[in-house]
Design a protein around this ligand. Structure first.
Ligand code: URA
Length: 209
């Protein structure tokens, strides 16, 4: 089973409280999502491999460390996942960005792919699939299906708020995928919203209703 980690650094907890507050408007919501995503990227990148490299300081030749191994790609699930991309790019600026768009069939409630555009070397990259809310898990599972179908294998899922139901669904469908969240909330309500949650992440990020 992949790792499940709640990244509950005090700064992240504080910022999460700000975005949960219904009185925080679009500008604040967007800025703070960005900040939380950056802080999460710091923790998630902790196990990136490093290698030794010889450089010359102004004083002498010296063997030091640099990042090695797999390069990173960030894959936001449209639309709310877009809100987490810039924050992660602040720490991993060379990351490529792919997009996965899904829609939910009104009748069957099943998600379907409508847009998938990925870097052509996803099979050799560490992929960070990002979506602020892990609710039913349906979109996360389908997005990761879409990536695996195209050869990806090294995948971490990063969200801000997770429901226990979604974590279970994702772990069962993709036991190889590590899941990182800033908070594990109580449950889903009857409309599929996470409670206490923060409402509709896409609407709050983009100022729609
Ligand atoms: N998507 C959201 O934006 N919010 C939820 O609470 C659940 C799914």
């Amino acid at each position: 089973m992949g790792k499940f980690q709640v990244i509950d650094h005090p700064l992240i907890q504080h910022k999460l409280t700000i975005i949960r507050d219904k009185n925080s408007g679009t500008k604040v919501f967007r800025e703070v999502v960005d900040e939380i995503a950056m802080l999460m990227a710091y923790e998630i990148s902790r196990d990136l491999p490093v290698e030794e490299v010889e450089i010359e300081t102004p004083m002498m030749k010296s063997v030091q460390k640099q990042l090695a191994g797999k390069k990173v790609a960030i894959i936001p699930i449209l639309r709310a996942g877009l809100g987490m991309v810039d924050g992660i790019l602040q720490l991993i600026p060379a990351a490529k960005v792919g997009h996965v768009g899904l829609y939910r069939d009104e009748e069957t409630l099943e998600p379907h792919e409508y847009f998938v555009k990925l870097p052509d070397d996803i099979t050799s990259r560490q992929l960070l699939v990002v979506d602020p809310m892990l609710a039913t898990g349906g979109s996360a599972v389908m997005a990761i299906d879409a990536l695996k179908k195209r050869g990806a294998s090294n995948i971490k899922f990063v969200c801000l708020v997770a429901a226990p139901e979604g974590v279970k669904v994702l772990q069962e469908a993709h036991p190889d995928v590590d899941i990182y969240t800033a908070a594990l909330d109580d449950r889903l309500n009857e409309n599929g919203y996470i409670v206490p949650g923060l409402g509709d992440a896409g609407d709050r990020l983009f100022g729609t209703k």
